[in-house]
Write a protein that binds this ligand. Structure first.
Ligand code: DX5
Ligand code: ZN
Length: 223
């Protein structure tokens, strides 16, 4: 299993966004997690396509775009053009989830679905085979710096068991309140991609990335 760190730029300094993306990319983060909020699906508004295109040139790392947007299929093509490699839509925001997943794949992006804390993993039973990744939210989406909801760990465990049973090589990402204190527990439960906003950008971002990578190495060493 390959472990990946996805720093969330929501916690970066927007006035120095290129610098902050480059810092985590150079330190070894393989994904850049990009939180798009529409003020409808979640209360807050973050940023959209112009910001994403303007940082696309500073790294060739995977742009992992988390759409906290109602009916995100409306923006799939624009996100691809802006530089998204992976598009993650919320199950709760898509009336025709199957169609939205197909749309993302037809555009040549990796397709992922995010689940709010209260949404059970079984809701993805019919579409699991079509997905590259599932994002288990461990806070209610909308803001950085919130407290980790402990039952998310059990959801990861259930999802990994579902994927294993079907022989699927599914990426499982966890987002919200993730830090060095709970990273090991999440990997043990079956997650392989961790999103971290404040835990990376609070203090020395490069050093924080390296600390996460150490946890990954330790876990990989255990087989
Ligand atoms: C929350 C976002 C997260 C957020 C994580 O709605 O989806 O990606 O930036 O921030 P931390 O790691 O600070 O909880
Ligand atoms: Zn996110």
């Amino acid at each position: 299993m390959k472990y990946i760190l996805a720093p969330s730029i929501l916690a970066a300094d927007f006035g120095n966004l290129k610098r902050d993306v480059e810092t985590v990319a150079r330190a070894g983060a393989e994904y850049i997690h990009i939180d798009v909020m529409d003020g409808m699906f979640v209360p807050s508004i973050s940023f959209g396509m112009p910001v994403i295109s303007s940082i696309r040139s500073c790294t060739d790392k995977v742009f992992d775009v988390h759409m906290m947007v109602e009916e995100p299929g409306r923006y799939a093509e624009a996100m691809k053009k802006a530089g998204a490699d992976l598009l993650c839509v919320h199950q709760e925001a898509c009336v025709h989830l199957d169609r939205t997943i197909q749309q993302i794949k037809d555009l040549g992006m990796k397709a992922a679905v995010a689940l709010n804390p209260a949404t059970p993993v079984q809701t993805l039973s019919c579409v699991l085979e079509q997905l590259d990744m599932v994002l288990v939210m461990s806070v209610n989406p909308g803001f950085g710096g919130q407290k980790f909801i402990p039952y998310a760990t059990e959801k990861v465990r259930t999802l990994r068991a579902m994927a294993d049973e079907r022989g699927l090589d599914l990426d499982i990402q966890v987002d919200g309140g993730v830090g060095l204190d709970n990273a090991g527990q999440l990997l043990n439960a079956g997650a392989n991609i961790l999103v971290a906003g404040s835990a990376v950008y609070r203090g020395d971002a490069a050093a924080n990335v390296r600390e996460f990578l150490k946890v990954f190495e330790e876990r990989a060493g255990k087989g």
